[in-house]
Design a protein around this ligand. Structure first.
Ligand SMILES: [Zn+2]
Ligand SMILES: [Zn+2]
Length: 304
């Protein structure tokens, strides 16, 4: 049993458990019960804040809530499909990063909890034991350690909580998140991430450009072993003895540039990376256009 620690560092009285599923994970929050004044001592008195915190942390990690089950002793006697509830007015599955009002979502879940199997002789309890299920290949790839670190918010647990992804842009974003987290917690950052021994593949429908080898050959011949951007010799030779240079499209194919010699330059790997990712990429692009008479400044075209 775990208790979450809120963003102020306070441990909440709101027990929960985590369970890995083949396609994601389940987070079960224990019910609230008793009272501070009655004969039964209160338990999980921060139930509401605990759920709120879990929902927010799902959003912070771009998770998608897929299913909610009532997991009270009474509900567990029913077949699984009959334990499922869903908050009114929310799409299912629910992309948590798109939720604007977490209190409203929590209330809507509470109403479902109260309404569930409510018999007329009892008042509906809106703080039942509940199971929140998140499914995705990304969360399936997370370790128990990572899940615990996210949902307990416990310092000392791993700081490396970003999920693997095959999406380049998300990957860059998550690298930046992980670096920020590592810098925030210098001590925790010392333990390296576990990484993944079993790396998943996704088949991608990513379109690739069909490039003309003649254009590449012509541009490489023209460059004659030196980078057309910095004029330095190629940094090393290929195994066949050819100088290693890369051919870059001054107006990228993805921006509608043509695969022609008036749009292609041969450059060393450093300059090539700079042209794609460097802060001076536009400056270098302009200087190439000015220096190499064959180049044409092709306009950016929206892609179909
Ligand atoms: Zn260069
Ligand atoms: Zn390029």
């Amino acid at each position: 049993m775990l208790n979450p620690i809120d963003d102020m560092g306070r441990e909440l009285d709101a027990k929960f458990t985590l369970e890995k599923l083949p396609d994601g994970f389940a987070l079960t929050v224990e019910s609230r019960g008793g009272s501070d004044h009655g004969p039964n001592r209160s338990r999980n008195k921060n139930y509401i804040d605990g759920i709120l915190l879990h929902l927010k942390r799902m959003a912070e990690h771009d998770m998608r809530l897929d299913e909610i089950q009532v997991a009270s002793a009474q509900a567990l006697r029913l077949p699984e499909s009959e334990r499922v509830v869903w908050p009114d007015g929310y799409p299912r599955p629910l992309k948590m990063a798109g939720v604007s009002d977490f209190s409203d979502l929590r209330l809507a879940i509470g109403r479902q909890s109260a309404a569930f199997q409510n018999t007329s002789n009892s008042t509906g309890n809106n703080s039942k034991r509940m199971k929140l299920i998140v499914r995705s290949s990304e969360t399936a790839a997370m370790t128990m350690d990572q899940l615990e670190a996210i949902f307990t918010g416990r310092s000392g647990a791993s700081v490396w909580t970003e999920a693997p992804t095959s999406d380049e842009e998300k990957l860059r974003e998550r690298v930046a998140n992980a670096r920020r987290a590592a810098r925030r917690s210098s001590a925790k950052g010392k333990k390296p991430p576990n990484g993944q021994n079993d790396v998943k593949r996704v088949s991608s429908s990513l379109e690739r450009f069909v490039r003309d080898p003649n254009v590449i050959a012509w541009v490489l011949e023209q460059a004659a072993g030196s980078c057309e951007a910095c004029s330095e010799k190629a940094p090393f030779q290929r195994e066949d003895g050819e100088p290693y240079l890369e051919v870059h499209h001054v107006r990228p194919l993805a921006e509608g540039g043509p695969d022609t010699v008036d749009n292609a330059v041969a450059c060393c790997p450093n300059c090539h990376r700079l042209l794609h990712h460097g802060s001076g990429q536009e400056k270098l692009r302009q200087s190439l256009l000015e220096r190499l008479g064959r180049l044409k400044d092709w306009p950016q075209k929206p892609m179909a």
